[in-house]
Design a protein around this ligand. Structure first.
Ligand code: FE
Ligand code: CA
Length: 515
């Protein structure tokens, strides 16, 4: 921990202690304090709605131990407060949530009946201690047109590849919400090679529920990740590494892993995902998976249509990874989102109520030629028939201002969806902002030659870069502005932030402009 971190952490803990001493009613539940902080994984809010949101925490006393050190504890009562001010003088909701051992003592409280488009603060109390306070924000009311909405797009926070300084800078921006595109954990075992690593995973490859729970607990112990969650509500999704590298539906991408073994592993992984995320009870997975795709409206200004590009996809063609084009890419029945989700997306886009339609998802949608007609088969490039249908829908139905938000690649790509990628004069259908990783791939950068080659092979791409960071967006009814934030070196916990590039899109015109 750096001196900066220690100071900030002391400030956070100090703030919590003050609240507990001065403003909080006596703890409702739990035995006297035992000197251990049951809120060592922090707090979070999510699923912002016009009248509420979800608040989350999970009780542990030893984050890396089985059940967080609470093995055999059947349930714990956790008190919670939601206030209109950060000092909790104006508490508007209070309650007690019975956290159950079978849910890893996780707490998911769904708030409703709150005022739209305003900040709230929340905290938890259990075992004689108070958590740090988090700030959430409700979405604008339906039928209203907010003047401005600020949000961030982030993901791919590999614990071993670097510190999460980018999350600290994202927290400092306190956007109205953040969209996480996935790879919140990586399932791999502790690195055993000779390259330097910022820090190491605890344990081996995640396969069981206990393995995934421990991995989330390790990641969630990070103070910068906690700061981001405490600063703003998150709209969570998942990509491959929440379960296993490049999985598809019920199939592992690893040879030798039986379908039965993989399905049990996937169910354990998705259960642990729910336990550690600010999600609604309706998003709790069953043995048949989880309903992750959903749409979140922000008044009449915007909607976030969150896709699930993992649970319903057919297998990656052509042997997966980056490969030369092959016939499998064009298979008519290849699908990355499945037929029900595809219909749902078209219905959402055709709804016509909002000015801006964000398609918030995981893997690259615009065609990205990686040289001599090689493509990433794990992205939409492996599912061309479905991509063509979506492109045709955008061209024919012209939903209001579609914008694609993406991650996965550990690079920044900013470019255009095109009706025909081989015809420079064909219409631009939508901009796509593919955000780089928080830490994954560390401080390695593509060479100037590689950057030049990718830009010349993909004339519809306006920007390609390999720094770590995230994207910050400011939206008004008439204009979207995207700011690419670069954070590094991530080998240092105190890495600084700078602005790498800015792009703007005007309502009614999908073309990207420098801003
Ligand atoms: Fe990743
Ligand atoms: Ca990924």
């Amino acid at each position: 921990m750096t001196a900066f971190d220690a100071t900030r952490r002391a400030a956070l803990l100090g703030a919590g202690a003050t609240l507990a001493a001065c403003a909080a009613p006596a703890p409702l539940v739990g035995p006297p304090a035992r000197g251990e902080n049951p809120f060592a994984l922090g707090v979070a809010s999510g699923e912002p709605a016009p009248d509420g949101f979800v608040i989350w925490t999970r009780l542990v006393r030893d984050p890396l131990a089985v059940a967080g050190g609470f093995e055999g504890v059947p349930a714990e009562d956790v008190a919670w407060d939601v206030a209109r001010d950060k000092d909790f003088r104006d508490v508007v909701r209070q309650g007690t949530f019975r956290a159950r051992g079978e849910d890893a003592l996780s707490v998911h409280v769904e708030l409703a009946g709150l005022e739209p488009a305003r900040d709230y603060w929340y905290r938890f109390r259990a075992r004689g201690q108070a958590s740090q306070a988090g700030r959430a924000r409700t979405a604008p009311a339906p039928g209203t047109l907010p003047a401005r909405l600020r949000f961030a797009v982030c993901g791919c926070n590999h614990y071993e590849h670097g510190f999460f300084a980018a999350y600290r800078h994202l927290a400092d921006e306190a956007p109205d919400f953040a969209f996480h595109y996935g790879d919140y954990i990586y399932e791999s075992g502790a690195y055993r090679g000779t390259e330097p690593r910022a820090r190491l995973h605890a344990g081996g490859v995640c396969r069981t529920l206990d393995d995934y729970r421990r991995r989330y607990a390790q990641y969630k112990s990070d103070p910068d990740l906690q700061a981001a969650h405490a600063a703003t509500p998150f709209i969570m999704s998942f990509d491959d590494h929440e379960v296993a590298n490049n999985w598809s539906a019920t199939r592992s991408n690893a040879s030798g892993e039986s379908p039965e073994a993989f399905l049990a592993r996937r169910n354990a992984a998705l259960r642990a995902w729910y336990e550690h995320m600010p999600l609604r009870l309706s998003q709790k997975p069953s043995g048949q998976g989880v309903r992750m795709f959903r749409s979140l409206p922000f008044g009449d200004l915007a909607a976030m249509h969150v896709l699930d590009t993992r649970q319903y996809r057919t297998r990656q063609p052509c042997g997966d990874t980056i490969k030369p084009a092959c016939a499998g890419m064009l298979a008519a029945d290849a699908q990355i989102v499945g037929p029900a989700q595809e219909r749902w997306l078209y219905e959402r886009l055709a709804d016509g109520r909002v000015r801006w339609n964000f398609i918030a998802q995981q893997v690259a949608m615009m065609r990205l030629d990686m040289g001599e007609r090689t493509f990433n088969m794990d992205s939409w490039a492996g599912y061309v028939a479905q991509r063509d249908r979506l492109h045709a829908f955008l061209q024919r139905r012209r939903p209001a201002n579609p914008v694609v938000l993406t991650g996965d690649w550990h690079k920044n790509w900013v470019g255009h969806l095109k009706a025909d990628y081989d015809d420079p004069s064909s219409p631009v259908l939508a901009p796509e902002f593919l955000s780089t990783s928080i830490s994954s791939d560390g401080d390695s950068l593509p060479s100037a030659t590689t950057v030049r080659r990718h830009l010349s092979d993909n004339p519809h791409v306006r920007h390609y870069s390999g720094t770590r960071g995230y994207m910050a967006f400011a939206l008004t009814p008439g204009r979207l502005e995207a700011t690419l934030r670069a954070v590094g070196p991530v080998v240092r916990a105190d890495a600084s932030v700078r602005t790498l590039a800015r792009f703007a899109v005007a309502a009614g015109d999908p073309n990207l402009h420098d801003a």
